[in-house]
Design a protein around this ligand. Structure first.
Ligand SMILES: [Fe+2]
Ligand SMILES: [Fe+2]
Length: 369
């Protein structure tokens, strides 16, 4: 607060209140002001100061400030020991008012005989209240933020759990799908003249060739899961043809060869990547590299990689295992046959991969007997 006082420090102390400070100005100031001599006697004070002390001006004048404020908080007396000082006090007995106490001196040497001091009281109760309210608001805000953070963390945790649950369901569905395919393939297998575990061995051989070809693991997983379905279309081939011990007539062969198209028609409507892969394999596992296969007679890389792989694995398994109509071929003979069929019936690169890893293929065959 700015005071409209002008002090003339060189003037005598006797009439300071008359010559230096205008009474009107003094009393216009709403905050209590005391004018003290160097020996701490009060020379003058304003109306606000009288009301603060609840005393008349005549009773205040010439009182020792230290005596007058003896019962007040210590800060006031301590501030009077300095030429310039500022402190804050709280008066509990006076309606919880808070004051900032300021001491200023008329001389640097405030103990000079003609020196004087001003003791001002600024009511800072409102300011203190505002600070308290602000601090309470901050605390409330912190609590709100804390509660919101906790609820967000709980929400994140809940979503994480839901996501983990969903992943588990997806895993379960994928496993179920694979098991269903394998079961369905085994049912088809059990109707035909093929040996037990044929579809499981074809799956593992396809995985082996897929890996050797450099397919990523997720693709070889799908390839291995879809490969057992290659003959699913045989479900529509009558038993009389499927289980006929002798050679087939050309009519019967045509019906038998329909299994690749039937398998494709059963599977290709699905949106699932696994069933779509199975549809392609069912359709193309009897196509030949040279274009003389069936059902469409497509050739080379027009045949899907999965179809070319399963074609090799299907024939390899048929040759190295006994069937009701033939004995198992010795591995040397199987190798010779694949050398002969490379580039005609089969993709030469994939055939080379099989032949250079023939021990691994034989080990898979032995494992799945
Ligand atoms: Fe087939
Ligand atoms: Fe087969």
């Amino acid at each position: 607060m700015a005071y409209a006082f002008r002090w003339a420090g060189t003037m005598g102390t006797d009439n300071i209140q008359n010559t230096i400070i205008s009474r009107a100005v003094m009393d216009a100031v709403m905050d209590p002001i005391f004018v003290l001599r160097a020996d701490d006697h009060i020379i003058d004070c304003n109306a606000a100061a009288c009301s603060l002390l609840e005393m008349d001006l005549t009773d205040i004048r010439n009182q020792q400030a230290r005596q007058l404020f003896a019962q007040w908080p210590d800060g006031i007396i301590a501030a009077l020991d300095f030429p310039e000082a500022e402190t804050e006090i709280e008066l509990r007995q006076r309606r919880q008012r808070s004051y900032r106490i300021t001491v200023v001196s008329g001389h640097k040497d405030h103990e000079r005989e003609d020196g004087w001091k001003i003791l001002m009281f600024n009511d800072i109760t409102g300011e203190r209240q505002l600070t308290r309210e602000l601090s309470d608001m901050n605390e409330n805000l912190e609590q709100i933020v804390l509660a919101r953070t906790e609820s967000l963390q709980a929400e994140i945790e809940r979503r994480r759990e839901a996501e983990a649950g969903l992943q588990e369901v997806n895993r379960e569905m994928a496993t179920t799908q694979r098991e269903l395919l394998l079961t369905l393939s085994s049912v088809v297998e059990s109707r035909s003249r093929e040996t037990a575990n044929h579809v499981a061995r074809v799956a593992e051989l396809a995985r082996m060739l897929g890996n050797l070809h450099g397919l990523p693991p997720e693709d070889t997983d799908i390839l291995a899961a879809a490969a057992p379905m290659h003959d699913v279309g045989k479900i529509a081939v009558p038993d009389a043809i499927l289980c006929k011990p002798g050679p087939l007539t050309s009519e019967e062969r045509a019906l038998m060869q329909k299994h690749s198209t039937t398998g494709y028609e059963i599977l290709h409507r699905s949106e699932r990547p696994l069933l779509r892969a199975a549809a392609v394999i069912a359709h193309e596992h009897h196509e030949r590299w040279d274009g003389f296969g069936y059902p469409r007679g497509i050739s080379g890389e027009k045949i899907a990689l999965s179809g070319r792989i399963v074609a090799i694995c299907d024939v390899f398994d048929a040759l190295v295992n006994p069937r009701v109509y033939k004995a198992a071929w010795p591995i040397r003979q199987v190798i010779e046959q694949f050398h002969k069929d490379s580039g005609t019936a089969f993709d030469p690169d994939l055939t080379r991969l099989l032949l250079s890893n023939i021990d691994q293929a034989v080990a898979i065959n032995d494992l799945w007997q």
